[in-house]
Design a protein around this ligand. Structure first.
Ligand code: CO
Length: 215
């Protein structure tokens, strides 16, 4: 192995370890995946989806991008959602942000970084939408924490407004959408309370959570 030998060594050790406790693991998984969850999270290397919720390969379908944004014109995210809901028939879609998100911070500061500014404009839009709630008060850390949470709340709304999720609900398919945030400093997840299995539930919890974040 010429390149990145450490990663290949790690991989062999990991595969052997998995096989030790379950000799059929890979053969079984190679036939079919049946995850119950779709994870929509940030690309940040410190927020590895499966690891922080203790799930094995095959248990969670994952889509990650900078600042865990779900945009209605993003064919990549929409395709992942469509496949997860209509083919895999996951029961839960989890939008998970994290505190100390660099993408959200750049949007908060209105920094110019290059191409990514156009993507982070979506987070800037969240900031604009809640401008009065995000009026400068407290430290920048507190403002960042609030925008990280509001960004998750808005992305939950975006996921819930897709034709994919609306159609699933219309045909009676059990599907819940959740908004979580992860703490880099303690490794713990928190449910933001914006959750639901219908448009009405999402709308009600959205209003409540936004109100709370304003306080
Ligand atoms: Co991030």
């Amino acid at each position: 192995m010429k390149h990145l030998p450490r990663l290949f060594e790690n991989n062999r050790a990991w595969a052997a370890e998995v096989l030790r406790s379950d000799p059929e693991f890979f053969v079984r998984l190679s036939r079919q995946q049946a995850p119950k969850y779709l994870w929509i999270g940030c690309s940040d290397s410190r927020v590895p989806a499966n690891q922080i919720v203790g799930l094995m390969p095959g248990e969670m379908f994952v889509h990650r991008n900078v600042a865990n944004v779900f945009v209605h014109s993003d064919l990549n995210a929409l395709s992942a959602l469509h496949f997860a809901v209509e083919v895999l028939r996951v029961a839960h879609v989890i939008v998970c942000g994290h505190h100390g998100c660099g993408g959200v911070l750049a949007a908060l500061r209105g920094e110019r970084q290059g191409l990514v500014d156009n993507w982070l404009r979506h987070v800037g839009d969240v900031r604009e939408k809640h401008r009065t709630r995000l009026a400068p008060r407290g430290t920048e850390d507190e403002e960042l924490s609030r925008l990280c949470r509001l960004n998750v709340v808005e992305q939950v709304l975006n996921v819930s407004n897709t034709t994919v999720v609306r159609d699933a609900w219309a045909r009676g398919q059990p599907l819940a959408v959740h908004g979580w945030i992860y703490g880099l400093k303690d490794g713990l997840l928190h449910d933001l309370g914006v959750t639901g299995t219908s448009e009405a539930e999402i709308a009600a919890s959205y209003a409540q959570v936004v109100e709370t974040l304003a306080g």
